[in-house]
Design a protein around this ligand. Structure first.
Ligand SMILES: NC(=O)c1ccc[n+]([C@@H]2O[C@H](COP(=O)([O-])OP(=O)(O)OC[C@H]3O[C@@H](n4cnc5c(N)ncnc54)[C@H](O)[C@@H]3O)[C@@H](O)[C@H]2O)c1
Length: 329
């Protein structure tokens, strides 16, 4: 069984690798070859933490896996991860656990690669300016995904906490330098989206994070943060203006994303407006952007197929390069 740590994964698995893995996962999902039961959530006795189990079996790879991810807010003051995650992979031919992969890094890569895939498939190729909302655990990888798929000149960073913006820009400018991109701290959400060609939101906000009327024609928006019916980042005005709306997983998004569920409850949005899943777009079953001035939207809540396919890609590349720690149980 192969163990792969954060440092090992980051030493060889690139954002481009993650994007290709996610595209494969979208296709397998849309083709109906993955089985993903509902996530199991277990609260601790004192309610101070929650352990979650996200299993999937992926035909095509003949591999099963489970992401074990927990939420322990009290860990922050202990200086240990608040949302620790681990992915175990199981060989579909033998049932043996073949790998244990550090799951926080894997989640960051596979989640950013969802936005990377959607941006590559839907944004205008000449996009030069982007905006990123949120500077938390997922944000650096989201930044890298945007810069990987489009030659961006400038990315505006916005967060409700200006001090976090300042720290994020300082910490991530060396990464942006590798792509020739300048990071600019935005003082307001209006300033962030002004003339932006691409917007990614990766926040924990319960309400829309920007004014939908301020988004310029031709913009592509990735909604990543909300994953419960009471959370939302994308305003309904933007949904109404959008020409093409895509999701990573139709069933999951309609069950979990407040961005759609809240306006649907108010009679302001209909699921008929969803053009399709990213897998359908990749397979050519539905069309994407048809004109440079169309607004496109992608909403993701994530699903375990992405974790299993990305972990399998990490393990395959690690074995080819002889990286990782082999352990006999
Ligand atoms: N779609 C997926 O597959 C997927 C995967 C992983 C995480 N997520 C979700 O993404 C979100 C972000 O994750 P994280 O780990 O970076 O969270 P985090 O708690 O580390 O950071 C969230 C950031 O959002 C900021 N924020 C809150 N409201 C805002 C607003 N209105 N405008 C701008 N910034 C605002 C906070 O100040 C904070 O900096 C979470 O809700 C998480 O569950 C989604």
């Amino acid at each position: 069984m192969l163990f792969l740590s954060r440092e090992q994964i980051l030493s060889f698995f690139t954002m481009r690798d993650a994007i290709e893995a996610d595209k494969k996962a979208f296709v397998l999902h849309t083709e109906g070859r993955a089985r993903v039961p509902l996530r199991i959530n277990l609260d601790t006795e004192d309610k101070s933490g929650q352990c979650m189990f996200m299993p999937a079996y992926v035909g095509g790879l003949n591999m099963a896996g489970v992401k074990m991810v927990s939420f322990f807010p009290g860990n922050a003051e202990k200086g240990i991860p608040v949302v620790p995650a681990t992915v175990a992979l199981i060989d579909g031919a033998t049932g043996l656990v073949t790998a244990i992969v550090e799951g926080t890094t894997l989640t960051q890569l596979r989640t950013a690669a969802i936005s990377g895939s959607a941006t590559e498939l839907l944004s205008n190729p000449d996009s030069r300016v982007a905006a990123l909302f949120g500077t938390g655990g997922q944000a650096s990888a989201q930044l890298e995904a945007l810069m990987t798929v489009r030659p961006l000149r400038e990315i505006r960073i916005f967060d409700v906490d200006p001090e976090r913006v300042r720290k994020f820009v300082t910490k991530n400018q060396p990464l942006a330098d590798r792509f020739g991109t300048v990071l600019v701290g935005a003082k307001s959400s209006d300033e962030a989206v002004e003339d932006a060609d691409i917007v990614t939101t990766v926040t924990t906000s319960p309400k829309p994070v920007f004014d939908g009327n301020r988004i310029k024609p031709g913009c592509h928006i990735n909604g990543v943060g909300s994953y419960t019916p009471s959370m939302r980042e994308i305003p309904v005005e933007l949904l109404r203006r959008a020409s093409r709306i895509f999701v990573d997983n139709r069933e999951a998004v309609l069950a979990e994303a407040g961005d759609f569920i809240i306006p649907m409850g108010e009679g302001l949005f209909s699921s008929d407006r969803i053009a399709g899943e990213l897998g359908e777009l990749i397979l050519g079953r539905v069309g994407g952007r048809t004109a440079p001035d169309e607004i496109t939207v992608m909403k993701t809540v994530g699903f375990a197929t992405l974790d299993v396919v990305a972990a399998a890609a990490v393990v395959e590349k690690a074995k080819a390069l002889g990286i990782g720690t082999d352990v006999a149980l």
